[in-house]
Design a protein around this ligand. Structure first.
Ligand code: PAF
Length: 285
């Protein structure tokens, strides 16, 4: 696997590939890799001739400095994992390669940017859009791969890509879960063993909620929140039932437009976990 730490090094590998009309897929990551990232690499390898994974802990998307400080970092291990997963190039740039000057762009994602993660992590999506658009212009991939766990991020990246007319196809890959159902996330490394075990309740509750056929969204929201909050290790920050199409909250069954998704953020101590589950059985009464 070729490792590029600057744009010049990256071009040394990618320019000849572009000249040979090889299609490139990008898996953007912040490192601390787990099997969720590996499934993105697998999807990418299946659809592209060249697979590039980037590792960059992007400061502009952290609204909480303590979260940035404690974000898990293990670049040497990450490079070994990417290499054994068959990745062709790892791009592991420093701050100056990504942001040679401060990025002052402000993206307006409208209502999409003001709910759920947008509401609880102000500025987060602006930072995600900044870094992802920069990675796209450095690597110039045909396709880029994102996990469904971060469903709202996926929607924001799609919106940013079309706002900037970038010729990149955004591909979504399924959430990968630990044995107890907890969605894989780099932040899981920061949980104590007891928190990690108890956090399995989040997915279990979402699945049980998705199978409840008679409740209105408000009732279901209270049921989910009560059940998770009754566990001493967990505290719900938000739980919303939203339309898949625009991620806007649905207050009444009758207002559903197509499939619904239950999206949740939960705190386990100082660690913030997010997840979502599609509600196939949530038909209008
Ligand atoms: O999902 C992530 O790991 C990050 O938000 C991303 C997309 C790599 C941008 O920094």
């Amino acid at each position: 696997m070729y490792v590029a730490r600057t744009i010049v090094e990256s071009e040394r590998f990618l320019a000849p590939a572009r000249k040979a009309h090889k299609e490139t897929g990008l898996v953007p990551t912040m490192g601390a890799l787990h099997n969720g990232h590996m499934s993105l690499v697998d999807c990418c390898r299946g659809e592209n001739e060249i697979t590039v994974a980037s590792i960059f802990v992007n400061p502009t998307q952290f609204n909480d400095p303590a979260d940035l400080e404690k974000y898990p970092r293990n670049p040497e291990r990450d490079l070994e994992i990417l290499s054994s997963a068959g990745c062709d190039m790892a791009f592991i740039p420093g701050m100056r390669s990504v942001y040679p000057a401060p990025d002052n762009r402000t993206f307006d994602f409208g209502k999409l940017g003001r709910i759920m993660e947008g509401k609880y992590r102000p500025g987060h999506f602006n930072g995600v859009a900044q870094v992802v658009s920069r990675l796209f212009s450095i690597i110039r991939p045909q396709r880029a791969y994102f996990g469904m766990k971060d469903l709202q991020q996926l929607a924001v990246v799609r919106r940013m890509t079309s706002m900037l007319n970038l010729p990149v196809e955004i591909r979504a890959c399924d959430t990968v879960r630990e044995g107890n159902g907890l969605a894989m996330s780099s932040r899981n490394e920061l949980l104590t063993p007891a928190q990690r075990e108890n956090a399995g309740l989040i997915y279990k509750t979402l699945v049980d909620a998705s199978n409840k056929s008679g409740m209105e969204p408000g009732e279901l929201k209270r049921w989910v929140t009560r059940r998770i909050n009754s566990n001493p290790f967990l505290e719900v920050e938000y739980f919303e039932i939203v339309n898949e199409s625009d991620l806007q909250p649905v207050e009444k069954r009758g207002d559903a437009e197509g499939r619904l998704v239950g999206c949740i953020a939960v705190r386990a101590g100082s660690v913030r976990l997010i997840d979502n589950v599609f509600f196939p059985n949530f038909e209008p009464l």
